[in-house]
Write a protein that binds this ligand. Structure first.
Ligand SMILES: Nc1nc2c(ncn2[C@@H]2O[C@H](COP(=O)(O)OP(=O)(O)OP(=O)(O)O)[C@@H](O)[C@H]2O)c(=O)[nH]1
Ligand SMILES: [Mg+2]
Length: 454
């Protein structure tokens, strides 16, 4: 168990040399501890939200000249007394100052402990706290947007509010149960159904948004597959705008997969170029092909390439058939449209291939558009609420199930005790999402993924 009474300290900026570094202190004694090592104004007398110039000293030895910001409980990130020390960005300076603060009574913070305290002091709910972690780790503009939205309240505020209303009904129904035999209904069933519907309507699109949310947060592994010489490596290079993979007219050039990432419209795609699929007696190539097949089974998206200059209708039909057993979404791509026969082009068009000439980077824009449409299904409204967190998704799904049972139960006239049980479950799952109900394990699990100093 972490002791919440301790005053904690940690660097808030990454290790290494920089212009500045920030050290953070938080806890009841934060200002006192800082004042014992600070030579300048007496920090015990200053107002909250003020900044002071001075030096950090160990006895008479000056460690650095710094700026100290003071935040008084409850008006700080953690809700506790907090101090931020901006010093020069040298790892040695940071280390010396932290060492000194620990000597004066602070303790080194655990990962995420500042945010954990913010949560425990009701500065933010659990979903918001998790969004802080997501925000720090977001790598694309879109994932940043989604995280910031959630950090500022997102759906958890609405859900907390709805949960409060649901608690009201739960207590009325519990009251009915206390009256036992007497046939009284304190909880208006129509009102309860109305509220249940309202929550279900709010939750449903959130649950549906998770597919998109996952794509935004984690990116999409995208396998480029097809027969040897189809132009897979050429396509990878064209998408990356870089000579990443070796291209040659010898079939079987790529043997191991080559991958790299690009961001399309804020979503990160990891493109994986693979060994061309064919029967072969070459052992190494065979191993490469096995790996291609494994990758295809794991991929969420496959760009399947045809060399339109060298394909017959029959062979293309066989290949399309063989793709049907895969879970991944597949985009059929007709490459070498520049030198293909008219007849093959017609077949490709009829089968909704995206026609490109990877070599000359022709029609890549259309391919990118198709890729985005395939993973997003519909346009992302960046201002909209999107669930990116698996834990939230699970809680929402379970809330939805419990509330659907509440609704069906009331409609079919089941007894109050059964309705009460389902409501309690819904309250539990909603509470888990917002953090109204927590366990140490859950908190430990969430905050341990944060960095130290956050
Ligand atoms: N005319 C034309 N040739 C292309 C096009 N795209 C690729 N090629 C040529 O096709 C040949 C094979 O290209 P690669 O990209 O190496 O093909 P691959 O699918 O990676 O082949 P393996 O690695 O052997 O499986 C090269 O000579 C390319 O220059 C295209 O759009 N038009
Ligand atoms: Mg290749």
């Amino acid at each position: 168990m972490l002791n919440d009474k301790d005053t904690i300290v940690a660097p808030a900026t990454p290790p290494g040399v920089a212009a500045l570094a920030v050290i953070r202190l938080s806890g009841a004694q934060a200002i006192e501890i800082a004042s014992t090592v600070f030579r300048g104004k007496n920090l015990l007398d200053v107002e909250s939200h003020t900044i002071h110039f001075g030096s950090i000293r160990e006895n008479e030895k000056v460690i650095d000249e710094v700026l100290i910001s003071v935040f008084k409980n409850p008006h700080s990130y953690t809700g506790e007394n907090s101090v931020e020390i901006s010093c020069h960005g040298s790892p040695v300076v940071v280390k010396e100052i932290i060492k000194l603060l620990i000597k004066q009574g602070a303790r080194l913070a655990e990962p995420g402990e500042f945010t954990r305290r913010a949560f425990l002091n009701n500065k933010l709910d659990l979903a918001q706290a998790e969004a802080v972690g997501d925000l720090i780790h977001s790598e694309t503009e879109l994932s940043r947007q989604v995280a910031v939205n959630q950090m500022r309240g997102g759906y958890s505020k609405n859900l907390s509010h709805m949960r409060e209303e649901l608690i009201h009904f739960a207590s009325l129904i519990e009251l009915e149960l206390d009256f036992g035999e007497e046939d009284v209904e304190f909880a208006q069933r129509e009102d309860l159904i109305r509220l249940t519907n309202q929550i279900l309507t709010f939750i449903q699109p959130l649950i549906e948004s998770f597919d998109q949310g996952n794509v935004i947060k984690n990116g999409v592994p995208t396998v480029i597959a097809g027969k040897p010489n189809a132009g897979k490596s050429t396509l990878l290079n064209a998408l990356l705008n870089d000579e990443r993979a070796i291209v040659s007219d010898i079939p079987g050039t790529t043997r191991d997969f080559i991958e790299d990432e690009i961001v399309l419209d804020g979503i990160s795609f990891r493109f994986i170029d693979t060994a061309g699929l064919r029967e072969t007696t070459d052992q190494v190539e065979h191993m490469g092909i096995q790996r291609t097949k494994e990758r295809m089974e794991k991929a969420s998206l496959i760009l399947y390439l045809f060399d339109l200059a060298n394909e017959t209708k029959e062979s293309m039909i066989t290949q399309i058939e063989s793709l049907k057993s895969l879970d991944a979404r597949v985009i059929l791509v007709g490459n070498k449209a520049d030198i293909a026969q008219h007849e093959t082009i017609t077949f490709a068009k009829e089968n909704h291939f995206v026609l490109i000439a990877a070599f000359a980077k022709q029609n890549l824009e259309q391919l990118k558009k198709e890729i985005l449409n395939t993973v997003l299904n519909k346009e992302i409204k960046s201002g909209g609420l999107i669930v990116t967190n698996l834990r939230h998704f699970e809680s929402l799904r379970q809330t939805h199930e419990a509330l659907s049972r509440v609704k069906e139960g009331i409609e079919s006239g089941i007894t109050g005790d059964l309705v009460a049980q389902d409501i309690r479950q819904a309250l539990h799952y909603l509470g888990e999402l917002t953090g109204a109900i927590t366990t140490d394990d859950l908190l430990g699990n969430i905050f341990s993924k944060f960095c130290i100093g956050k």
